[in-house]
Design a protein around this ligand. Structure first.
Ligand SMILES: [Zn+2]
Length: 220
């Protein structure tokens, strides 16, 4: 009896430690971005218009990978002389913990560079400020991503949000600004698709919604 109890306890412990219970037939993003895995993920491939900083950490849900390719193509189409879109970490091949990130576990997160005014490639990411950020191109990238309806959050430092907001508010309707930006509300306000997170002054962290076909995916 005691052995049976300890066996059951062991199973429960293992289940608690597992990043996610993978439902039968689940593919793509499984579990939460901060406690999940990636099943049959797709590796983001570099191209003329897209640079991948670390191929081992460039695995994602197909929806996310397709989104990044589409955005990179759209940027090149609109700005033919632009530097490629620079993409940092997505997830590991099978997902799971990817230090130093807390999320990036289930193939729904991607770190993406903003565009610099000097139109040069910066590796690692360049810390954005008023003097080096190409607001027009960066805003066009954000619009391109958001128009798909696939993006749940973009994590971006509050001060960088301000730089973009102050410049685009001349042309963008107030209702759109309110929906898209957390700024000028205080950091920590749970409003806006673009939200402040520490450590996000040199890149944007893009998270997509759970794709419909990913039956094991959990929104967070
Ligand atoms: Zn990130």
């Amino acid at each position: 009896m005691r052995r049976a109890v300890s066996f059951i306890l062991m199973i429960m412990l293992l289940a608690a430690c597992a990043p996610a219970n993978i439902p039968p037939g689940a593919t793509g993003s499984v579990g939460r971005p901060s406690n999940g895995v990636l099943v049959d993920g797709v590796q983001l491939q570099p191209s003329d218009e897209l640079i991948v900083l670390d191929p081992d950490h460039a695995w994602g849900d197909k929806t996310l990978v397709d989104l990044l390719h589409m955005a990179a193509l759209e940027m090149r189409k609109t700005y033919p002389d632009t530097v490629p879109l620079v993409v940092g970490d997505l997830s590991a091949r099978d997902g799971g913990p990817l230090p130093p990130h807390q999320s990036h576990q289930s193939g729904r997160d991607a770190d993406v560079a903003m565009y610099p005014l000097d139109n040069e490639l910066h590796r690692p990411f360049l810390r954005a400020d008023e003097d080096n950020l190409d607001v027009e191109k960066t805003w066009y990238l954000i619009e391109t991503l958001l128009h798909t309806g696939l993006v749940k959050y973009i994590l971006l430092d509050w001060n960088v949000q301000k730089i973009i907001y102050d410049e685009v508010q001349i042309t963008v309707p107030q209702q759109t600004l309110d929906e898209v930006f957390q700024y000028p509300r205080p950091r920590g306000t749970r409003k806006g698709i673009i939200r402040h997170a520490a450590g996000h002054a040199n890149h944007m962290h893009v998270r997509i919604h759970c794709p419909d076909e990913d039956i094991g995916c959990v929104e967070e």
